[in-house]
Design a protein around this ligand. Structure first.
Ligand code: UDP
Length: 244
């Protein structure tokens, strides 16, 4: 049974890395289309004032707690989240599983050339994965049908969507009835890490829950966007109830 907590209205799954991975595999076994998101505090804050994003988060099949802020907020208000489960780690486990079980994937997103490079690196590491296709994430509205047809023609088991948040969440939700894949997962910047065009924070930053700080140091222009985290924490500290 799926268990979630609500943080400012957004459902977040109470999962560990292991149970999130188990759920992902179960979703792959179903005959219906499923989708998985990796929300952080920025997304949860955005969803409060963005109806279509909130709808997407509410209708997905799993929202893993990707942001350390969500876990801290849950601890402060005793909601029950267990640990941070990052999209990049879950994606790694899923890829390993795909290699072992010869499942197929498609990567949509990133700047031109990035999905291709990511696919190449994934194939090198996991030779048994069937990479059915890739496409960059800078297509125009009128190309939307072409993008979906391109995916459906090869019907991969898993579609990784890296259009940035909240675009990827809305895109998956909007096209949920048209996508001929088993599971779609919003993976944001993970495709850049796989391509080698971005680096993940060193282990010590990960362990201390300071990946946001590393990202701020590397990409200082994101400063404004990243204010979402301190704003969220202040709100959490002064709110009596963060669930509704
Ligand atoms: N991206 C894309 N199409 C867009 C906007 C972004 O393919 O219209 C890609 C971008 O190139 C990057 C990824 O989405 O590879 C994640 O973008 P960003 O770092 O802004 O998002 P986040 O990691 O915060 O979700």
């Amino acid at each position: 049974m799926r268990k979630t907590v609500k943080i400012y209205g957004s459902p977040i799954d109470i999962v560990t890395m292991e149970s999130a991975f188990e759920r992902f595999k179960n979703l792959l076994d179903r005959s219906v289309f499923s989708y998985v998101y990796t929300p952080n505090t920025e997304i949860v804050m955005k969803a409060k004032n963005d109806e279509s994003l909130m709808k997407a988060l509410k209708s997905s099949d799993m929202n893993i707690p990707d942001g350390i802020g969500l876990v801290i907020a849950s601890k402060i208000h005793r909601l029950g989240l267990i640990e941070r489960v990052t999209g990049i780690d879950l994606m790694g486990k899923v890829l390993e599983f795909c290699d072992y079980s010869r499942k197929s994937i498609y990567i949509l997103g990133g700047k031109p050339g990035v999905a291709e490079m990511a696919s190449h690196n994934i194939q090198e590491k996991y030779p048994n994965i069937q990479i059915k296709g890739y496409r960059d994430g800078y297509f125009k509205g009128e190309e939307e049908n072409d993008v979906i047809e391109g995916i459906n023609e090869v019907s991969p088991d898993i579609l990784f969507v890296a259009l940035g948040a909240p675009k990827q969440e809305k895109w998956i939700h909007e096209h949920r009835k048209a996508l001929g894949v088993k599971v779609a997962m919003g993976v944001g910047g993970c495709v850049d890490v796989w391509a080698g065009t971005a680096k993940r924070a060193p282990k010590i930053f990960q362990i201390l829950g300071l990946e946001w700080l590393y990202r701020l140091l590397k990409e200082p222009w994101r400063f404004k966007r990243m204010l979402a985290l301190p704003k969220f924490m202040i709100k959490v500290l002064i709110s009596k109830n963060i669930s509704s």
